[in-house]
Design a protein around this ligand. Structure first.
Ligand SMILES: Cc1ncc(COP(=O)(O)O)c(C=O)c1O
Length: 431
């Protein structure tokens, strides 16, 4: 049979929406067979478009989680779909040991938007992998062992990335981790001076910390790390896996402070949701590496590169950086206004940059997330009491208005159920 006939005859196995028996069985299958390392929520997502998701009952939700910040250019982006479809008919896989036209096309556009001087790239498949490579490259370049990371950091869950990740809950059960990693308080210049020395191979930092609750550094922190890296000869790594690719209204969050790293890592939304990641470095770091020292079977495959090129073009053509800046400020301002008017008893702070936003609550965030589902919102948490917003950058003002008004109702209903003292007690009890 010819490929085209095969394609036309192909009928994907679908299950009718709302078919009770199938739905129940499918969720039982996940519960029975998926290793339980994910926190699960009671909703089965079957499709998406832009900032919207639908469940298997055809119920529509506004997605404030964006697949943990992946859906930057929107769910089921038609330009990425087209690129995937076209490329998949031509060539899906192509190992890095062979040259490839899709990789070349993406690379030539990518280097134009990378911070100045970072024009050598290693392709991989996830954020953790991009950071693994960054740590290896820094050690190879400097011949040193020590890594300085920061309190509150999150760099992924593979061994190297995990070793530079702060949260004990992720680390403890898997020790021993990488030797030579120390943590310095995020944002503290004096402590950074004490931690970073001529023994330091790498300083690894998220320009804006994501997983620990959207923490922006003090104005002079990143420039100071740049100076310290220069004076000690260590390699400055910016992990832009969550903050990069337009999320904060700049292509890379570090541009907000006018600082460029020696190595930048990215992943999440760079290929419109297709697994992809990269580690971008300076030429002298690249030339310290030899063939075989870092490779990945899928790294830089043709399909991901085609998707990434479409995603980058969409980000630029649709002026999503500008939208992230404008709609981000609008979102923060609307959130602040309801907090100011009615919810200062429940909310400690609203903060963020572009569409990387947090609402820090004085109560556990769990109830808010669960009520969110009832209000057709998919909300995301960071820690016990922080609501984190990482929506697609294509979210509209109307959608932002709906989100803020629903959140207003949710907080009002929580307030009406319990007085402030009880809430404080619950927060303390659950802390
Ligand atoms: C800043 C940062 N670095 C690294 C990672 C790990 O990425 P992945 O889950 O793709 O390995 C994440 C994931 O959330 C992240 O936010």
């Amino acid at each position: 049979m010819h490929w085209l006939e095969l394609e036309q005859s192909y009928q994907p196995k679908t299950h009718a929406p709302g078919h009770r028996r199938v739905r129940k069985k499918l969720s039982e299958i996940e519960d029975q067979h998926i290793i339980p390392t994910y926190q699960k929520f009671p909703i089965k997502v079957v499709k998406g478009s832009g900032a919207l998701l639908w469940d298997d009952q055809d119920r529509e939700y506004i997605d404030l989680s964006g697949g943990y910040g992946v859906a930057i250019i929107g769910h089921a982006n038609p330009f990425v779909a087209r690129a995937l479809s076209d490329q998949s008919r031509k060539l899906v896989t192509c190992h890095g040991s062979l040259y490839n036209d899709a990789r070349e096309a993406y690379l030539s556009e990518l280097v134009k938007v990378l911070p100045k001087g970072l024009d050598h790239v290693y392709f991989c498949n996830s954020g953790a992998e991009a950071n693994e490579a960054a740590i290896k490259f820094a050690r190879k370049k400097t011949g040193r062992k020590e890594i300085v990371a920061f309190t509150g950091s999150y760099h992924g869950k593979t061994y190297g990335a995990l070793s530079a990740t702060w949260n004990q809950k992720y680390r403890k059960p898997f020790e021993p981790l990488l030797e030579g990693v120390r943590f310095s308080p995020f944002g503290n210049l004096e402590k950074a001076d004490q931690s970073i020395s001529s023994e330091t191979a790498a300083i690894i930092v998220e320009p804006i910390q994501g997983e620990s609750g959207i923490h922006l550094p003090p104005e002079n922190f990143l420039p100071h790390l740049r100076d310290l890296a220069d004076s000690t000869g260590s390699v400055l790594i910016f992990d832009e896996v969550q903050s990069g690719f337009g999320r904060t209204g700049s292509m890379w969050a570090c541009e907000n402070w006018n600082v460029a790293p020696d190595i930048l890592t990215a992943s999440k939304g760079i290929a419109g949701g297709v697994p992809f990641g990269f580690t971008a470095v300076r030429a002298d770091i690249s030339s310290s590496l030899k063939p075989g020292e870092q490779t990945s079977t899928f790294g830089g495959n043709a399909l991901s590169c085609a998707a990434a090129l479409a995603a980058l073009s969409f980000l630029q053509d649709e002026h999503l950086l500008e939208k992230a800046r404008e709609n981000g400020s609008y979102f923060i301002q609307k959130l602040e206004s309801i907090v100011h008017a009615r919810h200062h008893g429940l909310v400690r702070e609203v903060r963020g940059k572009g569409l990387m936003i947090a609402v820090e609550l004085k109560i556990p965030v769990k109830d808010v997330i669960n009520l969110g589902f009832k209000h057709n919102l998919i909300l995301l948490y960071a820690g016990l009491n922080i609501l984190r917003f990482l929506p697609p950058l294509v979210i509209t003002r109307d959608q932002v208005d709906k989100v803020v008004s629903s959140l207003d109702s949710i907080l009002t209903s929580i307030e009406s159920q319990a007085n402030g003292a009880n809430l404080e007690n619950r927060l303390q009890a659950e802390a």
